[in-house]
Design a protein around this ligand. Structure first.
Ligand code: F6R
Length: 616
């Protein structure tokens, strides 16, 4: 959560920082701030609200200067207000900081600093950190880099920080532990860009250094970067990586919102995810992460999938896929529960961690725990070079491209695509399926992108349904088997962007409680595909209709039975049941999107949420 940016070089820092913050707003958007140094004065502006509000308050201010830092916030300590917004400035007025993360022992440090005469304007842990740095700098009579390093040794928590010192304005100090930092390196080491991910500087530099946990970088204008380990002071040989991201990938491209753009990108995202992994028509699946570690999987007694949110829902689909095709027992766990409950990991257990951002704090901590307990950990991530991608023993990327809308869409379908490939590959390796059957599944998988493309044409139909139900206070989503996780995901999408209360349930569980809620005011969305326990779901729909609720049914094309009983039907193309989640989820994404837009909600930046949850 929170996005940080920084610039040092020969250009004006302000526009680079502001544009960068706009690209990082997905990380948090309850307040924003910027500091630029014009050679004499620190000019600092910050406000509750979005980056656009920040721009308004800086309109008539001095914004000149070739060095600066900026911040877009997702509040952890202190309500979102002007005072709690970053950057924070030290008591002397010389040091300025932006911070993403949480300093857990800030209260103790704050008490100590107060006893030494420090005063605090905000409720934040970050203001404590900058004053701790100031105190260390004063006591040790050292430069900023050393002071930051020594101060961080006394800190418990997570951070990505950028720090500026007015008395040495040709330098920025950045450091990380648990929260990401990318440094863009300009030509001839003349200018440098700092950000929580590389998107703020892709038009300026394709050369990027990703700091590792426990590293601190001293960045000097026109000179270069020195990276050290915070704890040992050892100098680190940094690796410059080439960025493959392009500007059009992170822009809306004519769509009203990133979410709808990303929904429409799914056919391509799914192809990009299996491209190069399904070879020819011979049914060969090549996934180097699996190939190189195949014995871990073939000897696995159990697979444990860990993830959060939408990625956890994809994990549940993975459970159905892996158990059905490979007969390996699978458990799916919330990373946040797994990490705190002393889980039993047996020899030969394989852990699969799923994360779009690759930065989710709970998933990262769960991975570290699983590794400590001796498990082989495989990652499924979207963001290349992310912390989870680096922390896992091996893995496969979902090639969805940047997902900027806070509500996850194409990440979900591409995660399911990777899980399907893994399941089929392991079925082959373990001989649990005939080669011909594997081939048939792969052929069906290759039809999915076109089927999604056709399905997306129902957009206006779904919008009409959205218009009818946009004022509902509650909604129920029901599905069975492979489509039970899709029901959970449909409910999550609706609640997070429209703020309508929604619950997902296995259809058969309805009788054990939720049926009490059903009346004429409750829309019920039922996934009722032809091959998925169809008769049972038809009975469930009858039970709902008997209680006067409205039913929106997602059915296989050509269905006539449900057409007679449901209030609305949305048809999906026919495929094998194991691939239906890739199709049934599309109308549910569209339904949530249209309801939220019709209600005037900010679909790309729903309240209280952030795209990358780097605090637990
Ligand atoms: C829902 C959503 C969140 C994320 C969750 C995990 O639309 O976006 O529930 O799925 O925060 O994030 P990742 O996949 O980045 O680990």
């Amino acid at each position: 959560m929170c996005g940080i940016t920084g610039y040092i070089g020969g250009r004006e820092a302000y526009p680079i920082i502001i544009n960068g913050l706009k690209r990082l707003e997905y990380r948090g958007y309850d307040s924003a701030g910027v500091m630029v140094f014009d050679g004499k004065e620190i000019n600092l502006s910050k406000t509750k609200g979005k980056v656009s509000d920040l721009e308004k308050i800086t309109e008539n201010k001095n914004k000149e200067g070739g060095i600066g830092i900026g911040h877009t916030r997702w509040a952890t300590h202190g309500v979102p207000n002007d005072e709690n917004s970053h950057p924070h400035i030290s008591n002397s007025g010389e040091l300025v900081i932006v911070h993403n993360g949480i300093i857990e022992n800030y209260a103790t440090i704050k008490k100590e600093l107060i006893s030494r005469g420090y005063e605090f304007k905000s409720d934040t842990d970050t203001e404590v950190l900058i004053n701790l740095i100031e105190e260390v700098k004063k006591n040790e009579d050292c430069k900023l880099g050393k002071a930051v390093q020594l101060a961080l040794k006394n800190v418990v928590g997570a951070y990505a920080i950028a720090v500026f010192d007015k008395t040495n304005p040709d330098e920025l100090i950045v450091a990380r532990l648990g929260s990401p930092i990318a440094i863009g390196v300009g030509e001839n080491n003349k200018e440098f860009f700092v950000a929580s991910d590389a998107s703020p500087f892709i038009e300026y530099s394709k050369n990027v250094i990703y700091l590792e946990d426990g590293e601190l970088a001293i960045i000097k204008r026109n000179k270069g970067i020195k990276v050290r380990k915070i704890n040992t002071d050892k100098e680190v040989d940094t690796k410059i990586q080439k960025l493959e991201l392009s500007l059009d990938q992170i822009e809306k491209g004519g769509y009203d919102h990133f979410m709808i753009k990303e929904i429409h990108e799914q056919p391509k995202a799914i192809i990009d995810t299996y491209r190069g992994r399904i070879l020819g028509n011979e049914g060969i699946i090549r996934m180097s992460g699996i190939d190189d570690n195949i014995s871990h999987f073939t000897n696995a007694n159990r697979i444990i999938i860990i993830a959060c949110g939408t990625s956890w829902h994809a994990g549940l689909v993975g459970e159905y896929l892996l158990e059905e095709l490979t007969r390996i027992p699978v458990e799916v766990e919330y990373a946040s529960e797994f990490r705190y409950r002393n889980p039993i990991i047996k020899p030969n257990d394989v852990v699969i961690a799923i994360s779009q951002s690759g930065e989710t704090a709970d998933t990262l901590a769960a991975i570290k725990l699983a590794k400590e307990k001796g498990a082989f950990v495989y990652g499924i991530c979207n963001v290349v070079g992310s912390s989870i991608a680096r922390e896992t023993h091996a893995g496969s990327y979902t090639h969805a491209g940047p997902e900027i809308g806070v509500a996850s869409t194409k990440a979900f379908t591409t995660q399911i695509t990777v899980l399907s490939l893994i399941a089929l590959k392991l079925a082959e390796a373990k001989n649990t399926m005939a080669k011909d059957d594997i081939n048939k599944y792969l052929e069906l998988m290759k039809q999915i992108p076109e089927q999604v493309e056709n399905l997306l044409k129902i957009d206006s139909e779904v919008k009409e349904i959205a218009d009818v139900y946009k004022n509902a206070k509650n909604c129920l989503f029901l599905g069975r088997g492979f489509n039970f996780p899709v029901a959970l995901e449909g409910a999550l999408k609706l609640k997070e962007i429209s703020y309508i209360h929604a619950e997902g349930y296995p259809a058969a569980e309805m009788k054990h409680g939720p049926i009490a809620l059903i009346d004429e005011n409750m829309p019920v969305i039922v996934i009722a595909t032809k091959r998925g326990h169809y008769e049972k779901v038809v009975s469930n729909i009858q039970e709902i209709k008997a209680r006067s609720a409205k039913v929106i049914a997602i059915v296989t094309e050509g269905d006539t039975t449900i057409k007679e009983i449901a209030d609305h039907i949305i048809e999906i193309p026919d495929t094998d049941e194991i691939f239906t989640p890739l199709l049934t989820t599309i109308p549910l994404q569209l339904l949530s999107y249209h309801i939220a837009v019709l209600l005037g909600k900010n679909v790309d930046q729903p309240r209280n949420l952030a795209k990358s949850v780097t605090v637990e």
